[in-house]
Design a protein around this ligand. Structure first.
Ligand SMILES: [Zn+2]
Ligand SMILES: [Zn+2]
Length: 145
């Protein structure tokens, strides 16, 4: 694993109708064990790459679905209307950022290096996650001032 600071990578949805170009700073990489991520990823957690909003360019038509998150924020997922692959997501809690899933870059994501698991309170035990990094009940607590 070699953590990257910048990403410049393209990816397609499963059917190829939508292309994504991620080009910019990698703000953070983490895993999320919330129930929504389990449903959408089909596993026990999602593998998130957080980038600034302007680092994501989409070619092709996407559909979106917005839902209220546990935090009270609105979570919006953008996906291909043809094949359903999630291209990116965003949260009203952090509108300056876009959420990418490492799996979208399948075959070219050796650089993925998460440093925390969030929403571990809903994370199932059968889904093994690295115990070398912190697991937080919900979000990482704010650093004490
Ligand atoms: Zn598609
Ligand atoms: Zn989640």
């Amino acid at each position: 694993m070699s953590r990257i600071e910048q990403i410049d990578q393209k990816a397609n949805c499963d059917c190829g109708a939508v292309n994504l170009h991620a080009n910019g700073r990698v703000v953070s990489m983490f895993q999320c064990g919330c129930r929504n991520c389990q449903k959408v990823s089909g596993g026990g957690h999602s593998c998130v790459v957080l980038v600034p909003a302007n680092a994501v360019q989409i070619t092709g038509e996407t559909k979106s679905f917005a839902r209220p998150a546990d935090s009270g924020a609105t979570f919006t997922r953008h996906f291909c209307p043809e094949c359903g692959t999630t291209l990116y997501a965003e949260s009203s809690r952090a509108p300056a950022f876009r959420i990418l899933l490492a799996g979208l870059f399948a075959g070219e994501n050796d650089w993925y290096a998460p440093n925390q698991l969030i929403f571990s309170r809903h994370h199932p035990e059968w889904d093994l996650v690295d115990s070398a990094f912190p697991h937080y009940d919900t979000y990482r607590p704010e650093k004490p001032v």
